[in-house]
Structure formats: C-alpha cells, structure tokens
Design a protein around this ligand. Structure first.
Ligand code: PMP
Length: 389
C-alpha cells in the first residue's frame, strides 16, 4: 500500500513513539499501570489546555461526541445559546445545541469571515446561557478571536464553550486566563494522536451549571454524573468503572502529551505560527487567494485557498499523485471552489515544503503553472524569517 503524506486537517501524521505506544498489548482499565498512566495524563492535560482549575474528561469517541459531551451537560431545554458562525462546524454546534433543547441564535457571517464583536455583543444582550465559538473552523480556516469573545460572554454572564478540535495544541489558547468555561477537542488533530478520543475540559462555572441542572442529562453515555466520579478516581489513583476506556489510545495520548509539554505550549504555538506563515506565503507566491477574508482571521493549523479559475477538486487528486493527501472544501457556500491543507501536530518545515512542491507539481500537470519552485522558496523564506523573529 502506498501511503500519502497526511496533510488533511485531521487525522494527521503521528510520531513513531506515539504509534509504538498505541501498538502495545492492551492494559486493563483497572490495572495499576493504567490507573497511574491515565491519572498522570489527566493532570498533564490541564497544562495543555492551560486550565489548572479544569476538570478533564476523556472518553472514547470523535470530536462530535466531544461537542455533545460538553453541550448535553450544561444546556437544558429552553436555554438560549448564541453561536458565532465561522462555518460548517459552527453550524454543527448549533445543531447539537438545538438537539439538547436550546433556543439557538446564530450570529451569521459569510464564508471566510467571522462575525464582528459588536454583532456578538448585541446577540448576547438578550441574555444567554452559553456562547459557542469554534476556535478554528476546519471548513474555512477562520480563526475566531476567542479571548475577546469570551470576555463578551463573561460580561453577560454566559458560559463560553470553545470547539478546539482544529486548534487545541496548535493555536495559542489560555483557557483559564481567557476565562473560557468549556473547551472540547479530539485526539486526531493538533494533539497528534490517531482518531478515537473525545476530550473536554470543564472549568468551575461549567461544573456549577451542570450541578444546578433541573433535569437529568438526556444522553446516557455523555452524562457527567456517570463520568466525573470515574475521572476523579483515576486522578486519585483508584480503580473504577463506568464504560471501558480506550486504553491503547489513552497510552498513545499520554505519550503525545508528554512530547507536547516537553516542547512547551508557547514553543508549540510559535512553531505552528511558522508553519502557518510558510503555507500562506507559498499560496500567495502561487497566486492562490486565501479563504479567510482578512489576514488576522487566518489559522495557523490549516490553510485554505481557492483554486485558480477553471480548476476544481480534481487538484486534490492531482496532489495525491505527487504523494501528498490534502482535502477539498467543506463549507456549503463555496464547496468545490477551494482546498484545505492541515499543518498541525508534529508537522515541520520539511512536510510543508513537500506539500507545496506537490501542489506546484499538480498545478503544472493541470496546465496552471509554468515554473515550479516559487511556492517552496516562499514557504522556506517565511518559515526562516518567522524562526528568526
Ligand atoms: N469541530 C471541528 C472544528 C472539527 O474540525 C471537527 C472535525 N473535522 C469536528 C468538530 C468533529 O470532529 P469529528 O469528525 O472527530 O467528529
């Protein structure tokens, strides 16, 4: 099987030590070895989320389950929730909120945009239980100003729920300092672990909202009433059971978290800034227009750009012919007109150059580029410049 370099926005490439950890014989979920490892991992996750007062929740499932694991426990039927629309995954968040009975107010924005702070502030004026923000919307590559949005929510007494699936571990995120109440993510993106784990960090106000519920949580598997005693038991190194944890994935997560904290979160964010700058510089050199409509909206974990006129998702297959997997578009309004490149987790400048070279080669094959090499050179120059700065 010929395997392509995985530069889609998740799953992503995984370090060999993380893969080796995943491939070890399973540990029993009540074994001393696993209790110790999971307990340490839960504590370490607080440093990754930058939430010393947070309660980590890790269960088997994908990012969508993580969304539900956050929403189902703090939202009750009739609660008003405001959603900052930055694309496909904000729409999904609106659906999850509505499924749990919220009356949802979406603050709209065109594809590639983020609603203004004023628009969000006025949506919050009528009162809201929660403000939901997608940190990086994977469909558009738009980065939302989470710190500013969380401050607006705080002023109005609303909880801030951040979907960090395409951001956490890559984009700067100070959960406690920014006073975000709930953040959710999944293992297969900037945490650099294979797919299969849903993660939530709940800070005190979110836990308080959960405890103050009038009705039971509608989802059995997502109910924190059942999970919190289990997670606390692991944190206190006691055996416990509610639903079997994905022990191999947790061993892999624990290795990746160890690597992340060894690199240091600020250094990791800085590396992602360099990756983002490099990929954006390459796109610009190739004359490909970014989907984010303003430079400050461009994420560092993935890059999205429109195809040249006349080209479409065929380019994705063409890039694959040159050894690199990238993704087509996802936002319904512009689908088929743009592509997405993920660069998160353990990605470095070598993978960026390989990806840009494959994009250049595919553009040339399709008759859209005469001279190759300009994109790669621009990427390298931007990477080096950002490293120096
Ligand atoms: N939110 C965001 C921002 C995402 O990028 C994704 C996955 N691409 C999800 C939620 C849903 O995650 P999953 O596909 O793992 O269910």
């Amino acid at each position: 099987m010929s395997r392509l370099l995985l530069m889609i926005p998740g799953p992503v490439e995984v370090d060999e030590d993380v893969l080796a950890a995943l491939g070890q014989p399973p540990l029993g979920h009540t074994s001393l070895a696993f209790i110790e490892l999971f307990g340490d991992c839960l504590n370490a996750l607080r440093d990754v989320f930058r939430a010393p007062d947070g309660q980590p929740i890790v269960v088997a499932g994908s990012g969508t389950l993580a969304m539900e694991l956050a929403v189902a426990n703090v939202i009750e039927p009739g609660d008003r929730a405001v959603v900052v629309d930055t694309g496909y995954f904000s729409h999904r968040m609106a659906d999850v909120l509505a499924r749990h009975g919220a009356s949802v107010h979406v603050v709209p924005a065109a594809a590639g945009e983020c609603p203004s702070l004023d628009a969000v502030a006025s949506a919050l004026q009528a009162g809201a239980k929660a403000l939901a923000v997608t940190h990086v919307d994977t469909s558009t590559g738009v980065l939302a100003p989470v710190a500013e949005l969380a401050a607006l929510a705080r002023r109005r007494g609303a909880l801030t729920i951040v979907d960090g699936v395409c951001a956490l571990g890559g984009e700067e995120f100070e959960m406690a300092q920014w006073d975000v109440d709930l953040c959710l993510t999944a293992s297969q993106k900037a945490l650099a672990v294979p797919p299969g784990l849903a993660l939530v960090m709940a800070r005190p106000r979110a836990l308080q909202a959960f405890r103050a519920r009038e009705r039971p949580v509608a989802s059995y598997y997502c109910d924190w009433t059942l999970w919190l005693p289990i997670l606390r038991a692991y944190q206190e190194r006691r055996p416990s059971y509610f639903a079997t944890p994905a022990t191999n994935l947790i061993v892999a997560l624990s290795e990746s978290v160890r690597q992340m904290l060894k690199e240091g979160m600020p250094a990791r964010w800085a590396r992602h800034r360099r990756l983002g700058a490099a990929m954006r510089a390459a796109m610009q050199a190739l004359g490909l227009r970014p989907v984010p409509r303003r430079p400050e909206l461009a994420a560092d974990t993935l890059t999205t750009a429109y195809y040249p006129d006349g080209l479409d998702d065929k380019l994705v297959g063409g890039v694959g012919q040159h050894g690199v997997a990238i993704a087509g578009g996802l936002h319904p309004d512009i689908k088929g007109r743009y592509f997405r490149v993920g660069h998160m987790g353990i990605t470095g400048d070598v993978e960026i150059r390989q990806t840009v070279a494959a994009i250049e080669a595919a553009l040339k094959d399709a008759g859209y580029l005469i001279e190759t090499g300009l994109g790669v050179a621009a990427a390298q120059a931007a990477y080096n410049q950002n490293q120096a700065g």
